[in-house]
Design a protein around this ligand. Structure first.
Ligand SMILES: Cc1cc2nc3c(=O)[nH]c(=O)nc-3n(C[C@H](O)[C@H](O)[C@H](O)COP(=O)(O)OP(=O)(O)OC[C@H]3O[C@@H](n4cnc5c(N)ncnc54)[C@H](O)[C@@H]3O)c2cc1C
Length: 252
């Protein structure tokens, strides 16, 4: 019989015009770091959507999701614009194969957009291990401003000596128009620049940048993001010699 868990929104943090981080507390959901769940929200309870927890499983029932609006999307739009503390969400059916195996091989993670969420969960889970494997995280988005978790990644880099992060943007220039949500965060942090320095960014296509590092023959490679990004990355990895059996992926 399928189980359902309930969690209450305690924080809705709008980071960009099209993106929010939602934190909830409720039942302890039994999932593995890197897996995804089905979610039902009160704004439209019958339309279940898959989301990837961005925290590892916790006994005290903390959950976090990173959600970006899909244009015209029923649920992502409601989560980003209309979700409020007190909303009760139903969580169902944890599953997915994108978990770390126990071979101890170095791990390569390739995240497009909110495809970062399950990797955040895995990184925090690995941080609890005595000897975590080395992790190379490629994180890609359209522009520096779209790298919504840069500040969090910079903090993780300072704390996790086994982690390397390669931020990739299609263009190093932010759009001309102002994103008020982003400006508000910059003001709150009291800094003009949040996250990566411009010189740390690699401009290019995520799939090309990842495969320019050569074949990952002795690594576990995890890929998560939009269906197009995942397909392009896998094709590119295979073309440059990464064995298919080393690659695990979850397309959105
Ligand atoms: C394994 C898995 C994990 C996921 N984890 C996350 C997550 O952590 N955070 C997150 O923000 N999203 C995640 N998604 C995507 C999410 O499940 C929804 O598909 C997305 O939020 C759109 O739902 P919607 O109801 O707003 O759009 P819908 O109303 O279902 O669709 C609106 C329109 O957008 C198109 N569309 C639907 N989904 C996408 C998409 N992903 N990309 C481009 N176009 C699309 C549809 O074809 C349709 O034309 C995940 C998906 C999968 C399969």
């Amino acid at each position: 019989m399928e189980s359902t868990w309930t969690a209450t929104v305690v924080e809705h943090h709008r980071l960009r015009h099209d993106l929010a981080v939602v934190r909830l507390i409720g039942d302890a959901v039994p999932f593995e770091a890197g897996q995804y769940v089905d979610v039902s929200i009160p704004q439209n309870p019958r339309l279940l959507r898959r989301l990837s927890p961005a925290l590892p499983p916790s006994q005290d029932g903390k959950l976090e999701f990173h959600v970006r609006t899909v244009p015209g999307g029923w649920i992502s739009g409601a989560i980003v614009a209309d979700t409020q503390p007190g909303d009760r969400w139903q969580i169902l059916d944890p599953r997915g194969t994108m978990t770390i195996d126990d071979t101890g091989r170095d791990v390569v993670m390739v995240a497009g957009g909110t495809g970062l969420a399950p990797f955040r969960s895995i990184l925090l889970d690995l941080a609890r291990r005595e000897s975590p494997p080395k992790v190379f995280l490629f994180v890609g988005d359209r522009t520096p401003r779209d790298l919504y978790a840069s500040d969090m990644l910079v903090l993780l880099l300072q704390q996790l000596p086994w982690l390397t992060v390669v931020p990739v943007v299609e263009s190093v220039y932010d759009p001309e128009w102002q994103d008020d949500w982003y400006e508000q965060i910059r003001q709150n942090l009291g800094s003009d620049s949040i996250g990566f320095r411009e010189e740390d960014l690699i401009e290019g296509n995520l799939a090309d940048v990842v495969s320019s590092y050569g074949a990952f023959v002795d690594n576990q490679v995890l890929v998560c993001g939009s269906a197009a990004m995942v397909r392009a990355t896998i094709d590119s990895l295979r073309a440059t010699g990464t064995p298919s059996e080393n690659i695990t992926f979850d397309p959105y």
